[in-house]
Write a protein that binds this ligand. Structure first.
Ligand SMILES: Cc1cc2nc3c(=O)[nH]c(=O)nc-3n(C[C@H](O)[C@H](O)[C@H](O)COP(=O)(O)OP(=O)(O)OC[C@H]3O[C@@H](n4cnc5c(N)ncnc54)[C@H](O)[C@@H]3O)c2cc1C
Length: 391
């Protein structure tokens, strides 16, 4: 299928093809050895894929070369995430920096924080987790009860974080807490982001939550964690400024999720089309029936539109004119499209797609998180409504 969105891929074709070759030649054979019914990819294999991809220049590709990246435009990164989703290879997403990789929050770190924490993340030598969500602060993310109280030049952090990805294997945690300047006035309206090693005294993992796609999430308990001033991401000037720092990084995160969703949707569509051309019922291939065509044609129209939107937003990021509502539009469209695309393709497959071990059975469970992570669909709509002068 030749796609109109291909016009926005110009200039990055070579890097996308190189990545696809890497996935086909190196990752697909490794993925083929994984047990069919085991959803979780072993962590040592993830680490291998990450480091190999970093060595080839794909992982964290948009980070500057002096930090261990390849200095590629953000549009190229978005195309790689799309290619990873489209490949259908379960190892491909681990070849690209995601929520356990270098954080844009640390990009705003002090030179020491960049050297000590960001560079190993860019090189894929280490992973991290982000501890923002709390039992009573999800979408309302900065309604925090975890506090960081200043005592002299130290900070004492207490609280409870929940639904944290990768906590078990991360080397460090980025923890966001309500700021208390220790002047007796209590927490201020600003939040502060801290970087802390996972073996920091007072920090421990609590409950483990089993996710529907096999990926666990964790509770993080912070009990009198004592940190020096060097732990404040961005240094003294960034005390109380975590919201601004986070908002700055949200658009990129949302566009990366959107790209992955578009890739997954395209993969699901390809599986559906292939099956519809072969499977026979009532004496004809099922692709002859208009009810079946409806599923696949609608998906194709939605995926193309979503892809164009995501790529246009990525280009705006490279031009420095991206706005939060554009990223919200792309993430909302792509994640909802991907959920529908996988659902429709599974329907076209009938029981075959529902059986454990079929790629669509896994994708059906995997794709469901995408309308929740990086802000729910409803939260994206709130952002878009605000930009329209509503709310
Ligand atoms: C796979 C996965 C990985 C995650 N990883 C991390 C992580 O690494 N670190 C981390 O800190 N968190 C993580 N989270 C948590 C995630 O950020 C939150 O789940 C998300 O922000 C939503 O919060 P909530 O689940 O508390 O839902 P709630 O905020 O309680 O929302 C419940 C429902 O109400 C809706 N809603 C809420 N407010 C509004 C509003 N103003 N208008 C309209 N509707 C509204 C929501 O859209 C949703 O449908 C992860 C979650 C998942 C599923």
């Amino acid at each position: 299928m030749s796609a109109p969105s291909a016009v926005l891929e110009d200039g990055h074709r070579e890097i996308v093809e190189a990545f696809e070759t890497f996935v086909r030649r190196e990752l697909a054979p490794l993925a083929a050895e994984l047990p069919e019914t085991e959803d979780q990819v072993p962590y040592d294999l993830r680490a291998y894929v990450r480091k190999r991809s970093a060595a080839l220049g794909f992982y964290a590709g948009d980070y500057p070369e002096e930090l261990g990246g390849s200095g590629m435009p953000f549009t190229a990164v978005v195309l790689l995430h799309h290619a990873a989703g489209r490949s259908g290879c379960v190892l491909a997403p681990y070849a690209l920096a995601g929520s356990d990789g270098p954080s844009p929050l640390l990009r705003n770190g002090t030179p020491e924080q960049v050297e000590r924490h960001l560079v190993p993340l860019v090189r894929g030598e280490q992973t991290r987790c982000l501890a923002l969500t709390e039992p009573q602060a999800g979408s309302d993310a900065f309604h925090l009860t975890t506090t960081a109280v200043r005592t002299g030049d130290q900070w004492v952090v207490n609280g409870r974080k929940t639904f944290v990805s990768n906590a078990e294997h991360a080397g460090l945690a980025l923890v966001v807490a309500a700021t208390d300047l220790g002047d007796g006035a209590g927490p201020t309206s600003g939040a502060t982001a801290f970087v802390m090693p996972m073996d920091q005294p007072g920090l421990r993992i609590g409950q483990r939550y089993e996710g529907m796609s096999g990926e666990p999430l964790f509770e993080l308990l912070l009990d009198g964690v004592r940190l020096g001033p060097e732990a404040v991401i961005g240094g003294e000037d960034a005390v109380g400024a975590a919201t601004a720092l986070a908002i700055d990084s949200l658009s990129r995160g949302r566009l990366v999720v959107a790209a992955m969703c578009n890739g997954i949707a395209e993969h699901a569509l390809r599986l559906g089309v292939e099956y519809a051309r072969e499977r026979r019922a009532f004496g004809r291939v099922i692709g002859d029936y208009q009810h079946v065509q409806e599923h696949l044609v609608t998906t194709r129209a939605e995926v193309e539109a979503s892809k164009l939107l995501t790529l246009a937003c990525a280009r705006l990021v490279d031009e420095g004119t991206e706005s939060p509502e554009n990223a919200a539009l792309a993430k909302l469209t792509a994640s909802e499209t991907a959920v529908r695309a996988v659902d429709r393709s599974l329907q076209v497959h009938g029981a075959t797609g529902w059986v454990r071990g079929h790629p669509l059975e896994f994708l059906y469970r995997y794709v469901r998180m995408t309308t929740i992570i990086e802000g729910t669909s409803e939260v994206q709509k709130v952002i878009i409504a605000r930009s329209m002068g509503l709310n």
